[in-house]
Write a protein that binds this ligand. Sequence first.
Ligand code: ZN
Length: 411
Amino acid sequence: MMMNEYQLETIKRRLSTIKKDSPFYGKKFADVDLSEVVDQEGFEKLPFTDKADLRDCYPLGLAAVPEKDIVRIHSSSGTTGTPVIIPYTQNDIDDWSIMFERCYRMAGLTEYDRIQITPGYGLWTAGIGFQSGSERLGAMTLPMGPGNTEKQIQFMTDFHSTALCATSSYALLLSEEIKKRGIKDKLALRKGIIGSERWGDKMRNRIASDLGVKLYDIYGLTEIYGPGIGISCDYANGIHLWDDYIYFEIVDPKTGKNLPDGEVGELVITTLLKEGAPLIRYRTHDLTRIIPGNCPCGSRFPRIDIITGRTDDMVKVKGVNMFPAQFEEVLSETDGPESEYQVMIDHLDGKDILTLYFETMVPDSEWEELEKEVQERFKAKVGATIKPKAVNMGDLPRSEKKTSRIFDNRY
Ligand code: ZN
């Protein structure tokens, strides 16, 4: 996607003082002459910023303003212990709520709505982001926080909440409870704003119908404001991102090279206006693609696809990038395979071979045909030829923990 003039000018202005403002970028760009970044091509040569870099900045090493200008911190938990701390100025907080208000408006909400917020509050950005956006919109805000399903349902009923903000898993839990009690008719819910975890169409449709709402995917990450930097629209065909606050790119996670629109890769974000902790070319590790063309909703904001996975799960075989969601999709679209699968990648006689083991209950006399069908569907969808192998139910290892189903034996 082309960087527009506003983005280029804003980035150039940001870069002109970033070494002086931010000790972190002073060090990172020590050997880079930022005045040479005059166009998109030059920008794409700048080194990436990764989460590990931010962790090394603990506690306040990311700050790019004097301490007196920091009004709040948020933190994203890492898997490795040391938290990442993001300092915010008042302008950052305001910008975040402006973006969040836009999200609500994109979902058709107004000051007449009553917004029930179930994501968590605290160092984590979720709850408070949903709240400040709702207040800025002028809606009645119910800052419930997570859990206590009994009270959630009571407030939802008594206060006629019209919108529910939740993670997909909590929305599912609430929808099941509401269905069980048969109280859907007592509710005034019409919209669900769902934090963008990875979730399948089956789950989405179930929540939508059990709650009687239209669902919207909201996107964001704590390092870049928090949730609210983009949301899907009525057409549910991708997530519009607010590209006047962030500049985004899709790169090949293995090579770091920018990819053409439409190709799946890693989402990389640059903040345009953030003061407290500006980030240049931040690797989100989220896999998605830019959706080319205009959205029928008429919004001028560009779209990315629903997040399809994390870069850590991706493998490259025969020059084609593949990730778990694609295997899951093909198996679930085909009659016969069950949900358990395992992928083995080997290098034999100078060639990469990808074997997709899947469990099935159909008699083994039909396996050959089933394997062929999976192979054809995968080829049509992803563009690579794989070797599907049917196995009996229970033949693949089970694990309590979320373990990788992809085993790369090439290296
Ligand atoms: Zn749209």
